[in-house]
Design a protein around this ligand. Structure first.
Ligand code: XIL
Length: 969
């Protein structure tokens, strides 16, 4: 009878899966003197209502006569399928009973399956006081014989129960989940494998947390069942605090989710494992959108390596109510003269994200779903479920689809290369390319046939991928040929990043030129354009487009995003609003270029429709980034207005440093100006400019390098400093003609608020900002030597007469090891001799920068960029001659540039190092960014650090404050 009623209710719930909010709680307080449906479970058990068992009021339940752990009190069918409940109860042992674990468990039998037992709540209970049990419960599979019962780890323990409350959650997918562990239990968390979860006193807030030990694998740890708590297409914010266990010095932890559909598990990272420094609580926070129908859904904490113990506390999961997509702003696609695309993955098609995509974009690139690992995970086994879905979504919304990507070194399964001769590899390639292009013939207009095959640091400019190593250039030729055969109408592209950097630009250019001349069917060049807020200059992007235009191929911007970070370690907790304004201006500058070049550019694709789905939230490290046009709530950012209507942007106040210096005001470019790059003024028409300033007691020296090929009578630059304006025309004193325009210099009354405007007939371009006086940029000279020094740490004759500099800019401490440094050059190499005064030497820290060592910083182009360009290097040599290298996130371009020797001498050590500079042509008068830092270790800690020029302490991240070495004769 009871069961039947439950079944009827459950059947109705299939139609109406969501209970009205505020459905009544089921409360068992035993105040009416009855057991309120509770009865004995197990032979010989008695359940009685007595005042002695009351926690509150005058009734409670006493349970006795138990002879097995599963014996106790039970009630039938309190839960309804598909409805989530929070469950609380109070338990206490009868006086004299030994402490035991009391647990609330659900027994049920899924239709056609075996009886299951699911733990709802548990706690250690004594005869001393009432203990609260709490947990939550939901079941979704049709089941019979649903019972809730209370058991004990002690087979005979007699216990009391009172105030049992089952609260149905209104809509379980809208109810927040929190785990604070303050009740002394594991609060619904359970181990994924062998891990042991214990409530403990290490807490983030309050007094209790969860301690996790005995992990058997990186993925073993605490897991929380969230099936039924997330709805498909909805977004959830998740946060957990973690801390390393005692005796664990370092480790990385992240938050992941396992979902199963049709029995197949998939694993996704919500927060990629991040550094958890010993002794600190670290927050793992992120959002997740469930994009699939699932029968299993479990969140868990995992490490990237190791099985170390850790603590978990203050977990929350909350539904993120979407803001409606704005309908009163223009569609981006209506405001640009090319196809406007976005990358998308499956979750992006749902809900408000899907609306945003449809409203603003008429191009689409599946972000991962057409890559090799997604389409042919095992040889000959093609899977197109997600690819088809996205191509259908895109074409259904009238979007042009870019197929990304047929051949890549990344996201390609190992089997592709296993045991592959060139012939076998090309066969595998041919089948893969033919299968994909044929399947989407007529529906995918453009293919990225090969992705990221260029490496400008190789002599032939080609990346040493497995593809290349096994098949040479033929993998590229084959891929294009087969793609063309499979769909002669598809436009076939080569796609790459950093194509706006001159060296990579040229390496790619050479390759494309060669392929074209061989008759390879290549139709276009894709520029990924993963840029950041500072670099590279929009003018470099334009130079790239103009360069490739000479090949007569189509071009597309394929993966545009603008990171708010210039390095790969910084993180913001909240993003400063002025940075987003700056980003808006950066987008404007870029779209100015794209519009100007529209005849050569058939489409521009952003790598994601809104910040919350950007890959830059996890690459190169997990961090808050906001690189796209719409924010986490899908609202238009300044970046959007920079593209659509820049007049809506707040004005940008830039910043410029004016190092101390005096220059001759004569329209000639003194060497002093070459110490730093010119700050760009955006190009308008054919006119653009660069600007610099120097401070001195005489006033503010300013320089404008104007590109303006056509001479007009009223061509001029105006400098306004703190309200006073000086105009300089082409014939004014301090102005000279240059190959592409003119140069203007002036000495102005000192001030901080500066506007520089270049006028050309009707149009003008400006720089507005504040200028700050800073110390002079130090410079030294490296004389030339026909023969290079022997790298042995001995100060041989070659070094005599070489200018010497000293480190004296303290970035940590105020005294300690220092160095006298000399530089010279020979061939294409810079040589550095550092004589270090440091009487106590230590290499005992595991971190090379905390060992006694000398760091040499070299920026071959003297680009002075915030963040490292790929030929900028940080070369560290310890006192024992151990070399470590830093640079871009993998230092790939520079790691082979250095050779060094070190010898101990009385009172210190000598480092002699050679830094090759293959990316520039060395010669007299060439400046390079240069700095030296001495790290002083005491035992395993660094106790001081001193540089030659850079006072920021950021020279390992940012090259813009290094000094300069000038190559001499
Ligand atoms: C990225 C995807 O966006 C991520 O989801 C994935 O984890 C890694 O790949 N260059 C490319 C793209 O050509 O395929 C990459 O996409 C981003 C860099």
């Amino acid at each position: 009878m009871r069961t039947l009623r439950a079944l009827v209710v459950a059947a109705l719930l299939c139609l109406l899966p969501v209970l009205p909010a505020h459905a009544a709680d089921l409360t068992y307080d035993f105040e009416d003197g009855t057991a309120q449906g509770w009865g004995p479970r197990g032979g010989g058990v008695t359940v009685t209502v007595t005042p002695d068992a009351a926690r509150t009021g005058s009734g409670g339940l006493a349970v006795s006569g138990r002879t097995a752990t599963w014996h106790g009190a039970s009630i039938t069918g309190p839960f309804v399928r598909g409805v989530g409940y929070t469950v609380t109860a109070y338990a206490r042992l009868v006086a004299g009973q030994p402490a035991s674990t009391i647990a609330m468990t659900v027994q049920r039998t899924p239709t056609g399956g075996e009886t299951t037992y699911e733990r709802v709540a548990a706690a250690t209970v004594t005869d001393g006081e009432w203990v609260r049990l709490s947990g939550s419960y939901l079941f979704t599979a049709e089941s019979s014989d649903v019972q809730l019962y209370v058991e004990s780890s002690d087979a005979t323990s007699q216990y009391l129960l009172d105030d049992i409350v089952l609260s149905p959650l209104g809509d379980p997918t809208r109810e927040p989940i929190t785990s604070d562990f303050e009740d002394g239990t594991a609060q619904d968390w359970s181990p994924r494998a062998a891990a042991v979860l214990e409530n403990g006193a290490t807490a983030h807030a309050g007094t209790r947390g969860l301690t996790v030990t005995g992990r058997s694998a990186t993925w073993d740890g605490p897991a929380l069942n969230v099936l039924g708590r997330m709805a498909k297409g909805d977004k959830y914010a998740l946060s957990a605090w973690v801390r390393l266990g005692p005796d664990t010095a370092s480790g990385r932890l992240g938050l992941s989710i396992e979902r199963r559909t049709g029995g197949t598990p998939s694993y996704e990272r919500i927060v990629a494992p991040k550094d958890v420094p010993a002794g600190e609580w670290v927050q793992l926070s992120g959002t997740y959108t469930l994009a699939y129908d699932v029968e299993f859904l479990s969140l868990y904490i995992e490490s990237d390596t190791g099985t170390f113990p850790f603590h978990l506390d203050d977990f929350t999961m909350t539904y993120v109510e979407p803001k409606p997509v704005q309908t009163d702003i223009p569609s981006v696609k209506d405001k640009v003269p090319f196809t406007m695309g976005s990358a998308l993955t499956r979750p992006d098609t749902l809900g408000v994200h899907g609306e945003l995509l449809a409203r603003h974009f008429n191009g689409a690139t599946p972000g991962n779903e057409l890559k090799w690992d997604a389409t042919e995970p095992r040889e000959g086994e093609f899977t197109f479920t997600d690819g088809d879905y996205l191509v259908d979504f895109a074409t259904g919304h009238g979007m042009t689809v870019r197929g990304h990507t047929l051949v890549w070194h990344s996201q390609t399964p190992d089997w592709v290369f296993e045991g592959a001769t060139k012939e076998v590899l090309l066969q595998r390639l041919e089948r893969h390319v033919r299968t994909l292009v044929t399947r989407y013939k007529g529906r995918i207009a453009v293919w990225d046939v090969v992705n990221e095959v260029v490496d400008e640091n190789q002599p032939d400019g080609l990346r040493r991928s497995k593809w290349y190593e096994i098949a040479g250039l033929d993998f590229i030729r084959t891929a294009f040929r087969v793609a063309h055969e499979a769909d002669p109408d598809a436009k076939l592209f080569i796609n790459d990043y950093n194509t706006e950097f001159p060296r990579k630009r040229e390496a790619l250019y050479k390759l494309v030129e060669q392929l074209k001349s061989e008759g390879v069917p290549i139709h276009g060049v894709g520029h990924q354009l993963h840029l950041n807020i500072e670099h590279p200059a929009a003018s470099e992007v334009e130079a790239t487009i103009e360069r490739f235009a000479t090949l007569g191929l189509d071009q597309q911007v394929t993966e545009l995003d603008v990171s708010i970070y210039t390095d790969f370690v910084s993180t913001y907790d909240t993003i400063p609003p002025e940075l987003l304004v700056q980003q808006g201006h950066r987008y404007k500058e870029l779209f100015d270029v794209f519009r100007r070049q529209a005849a050569r550019l058939s489409s521009v694709t952003v790598w994601g429709e809104s910040d919350d789905v950007s890959w830059l939230r996890s690459w190169p490290i997990p961090r808050l980034n906001a690189p796209l046009l719409f924010d986490d709530d899908l609202q238009a950012k300044p970046a959007y207005w920079g593209v659509v209507d820049p007049s809506k942007l707040a004005p940008l106040v830039r910043k410029l440093e004016a190092p101390a210096a005096a220059v001759k005001v004569d329209g000639k470019r003194d060497l002093e100006w070459d110490l730093l790059p010119d700050a760009p003024l955006a190009r308008v028409g054919d006119v653009s400019a660069g600007f610099q300033a120097r401070s001195s007691s005489a006033g503010l020296y300013v320089l404008a390098e104007v590109t303006d090929p056509v001479v007009n009578a009223d061509d001029r630059v105006t400098f306004t400093v703190d309200g006073r304006t000086r105009a300089l025309g082409r014939t004014s004193p301090g102005v000279r003609r240059t190959a592409t325009g003119y140069r203007a210099e002036a000495l102005l009354t000192a001030g901080t608020d500066v506007q520089v405007t270049v006028h050309d007939r009707g149009s003008l371009t400006s720089w507005t900002g504040t200028v700050t006086a800073t110390p002079a940029v130090k410079r030294t000279t490296a004389p030339h030597r026909a023969t290079p020094p022997v790298l042995d740490g001995a100060v041989d004759r070659l070094w005599s007469g070489v200018p010497e500099i000293r480190t004296g800019t303290w970035i940590q401490g105020t005294s300690g090891a220092t160095a006298k440094v000399r530089t010279l050059w020979s061939g294409s190499t810079l040589y550095v001799l550092a004589q270090v005064t440091d009487p106590a030497l230590s290499e005992s820290s595991a971190n090379p920068w905390e060992q006694d060592s000398v760091e040499i910083f070299v920026d071959p182009g003297n680009g002075k960029t915030k963040g490292y360009e790929d030929d900028d290097g940080q070369y560290r040599v310890s006192f024992t001659g151990r070399v470590t290298v830093g640079g871009t996130f993998d230092a790939a371009g520079v790691k082979d540039n250095v050779r060094a020797a070190a010898v101990a001498v009385p009172g210190g050590y000598v480092v002699e190092a050679a830094v090759a500079m293959p990316t520039v042509t060395l010669g007299e008068g060439v400046p390079a960014g240069f700095d030296v830092q001495v790290n002083d270790a005491t035992g395993a800690a660094r106790t001081s650090a001193v540089t030659w020029n850079d006072a920021t302490g950021r020279s390992y991240l940012d090259t813009s404050h290094w000094g300069v070495v000038l190559l001499g004769r």
